[in-house]
Ligand binder design. Structure first.
Ligand code: PMP
Length: 289
């Protein structure tokens, strides 16, 4: 699904066939989840293939490495150039891009001996569906910020996300919302949360969430579009009493939420601020006015 015999990946400075690219089963990242990654999207625009917020994503990759003491031996601009090259070689246009920085064999709980980078990509058309999500509040909470670096996109953190999404799907929901360890609304397993009440948009403040690049884009759009918004700590009942809500992230883009615990939000998605922002976001990534 992610690659075939022709697919090329970028591995430690070279482009090579995905089918020939290998790593060691003794890698520290395989054993301990001690590595960092990014999720980026490229869009086919009228001006050619454009990677949306490329700099922000590679800066976050760098920040994630530094946050957990993995040496980052790359230049952000160089990685962006290599990613455009990778897309061109594979002839990908609407694509998802997955860089990962991972660590060499080391079974001890110490800093890595050697660090590697791999960038792969696959064609993944822009999300155009209009299906709204049925969500539950997860029985799992986000990890405490004194346990991990919440603002870093670290491989091992995603066990928490997998548990939450799997539980949600097993109990008949599309996705979960996680609270933080204090019981405040945090985020989705791979997306940030916004909700609307009386014409104002609310989103959890940073501190217990991954500060998403899509979230930052939505906040910018609100400013440009004159949409009033507030950041803060909100308990679950704020979401239960909201008029409408949505999740956002690079992969999901902006996706409306139909219900929480099967109780539908009262406002029609078509009439919500989320829908307006969904259209504006799509225009922005496609570089349309
Ligand atoms: N929260 C979590 C836990 C995520 O994994 C993601 C996806 N990276 C997001 C939020 C959204 O971040 P972004 O908009 O940068 O993709």
């Amino acid at each position: 699904m992610y690659f075939n015999n022709q697919t090329i990946v970028f591995l430690n400075g070279k482009f090579e066939k995905a089918t020939n690219a290998t790593t060691s089963l003794y890698d520290q990242t395989v054993h301990y989840g001690y590595g960092v990654f990014e999720g980026i999207r490229a869009y086919s625009t009228e001006g050619g293939v454009k990677i949306f917020k490329a700099k922000e994503h590679y800066e976050r990759l760098k920040h994630s490495c530094e946050a957990i003491n993995i040496p980052f031996n790359y230049g952000v601009d160089d990685l962006i150039d290599k990613t455009y090259e990778l897309l061109a070689i594979n002839n990908f246009k609407d694509a998802y891009i997955r860089p990962i920085v991972y660590c060499s064999p080391n079974m001890s709980l110490t800093k890595p001996n050697e660090v590697f980078i791999m960038i792969c990509s696959w064609e993944w058309g822009a999300y155009l569906g209009e299906k709204l999500l049925d969500l539950c509040v997860s029985s799992f909470c986000r990890p405490h910020p004194r346990s991990i670096k919440v603002d870093a996109k670290v491989c091992g953190h995603y066990v928490n996300s997998i548990l939450a999404t799997s539980e949600a799907k097993a109990t008949g929901y599309d996705e979960a919302i996680l609270l933080d360890s204090e019981g405040f609304l945090a985020e989705g397993p791979g997306s940030n949360l916004f909700f609307e009440k009386n014409g104002i948009l609310y989103t959890p403040q940073t501190g217990n969430i991954l500060p998403g690049i899509t979230r930052a884009t939505v906040i910018d759009l609100c400013e440009k579009m004159g949409i009033k918004m507030e950041l803060g700590l909100y308990t679950q009942d704020y979401l239960e009493n909201a008029d409408s809500a949505f999740l956002c992230g690079t992969a999901a883009e902006i996706v409306g939420i139909n219900s929480l615990h099967k109780k539908a939000f009262p406002q029609k998605w078509e009439d919500s601020l989320g829908k307006k922002l969904q259209i504006a976001y799509k225009n922005l990534v496609l570089e349309k006015s």
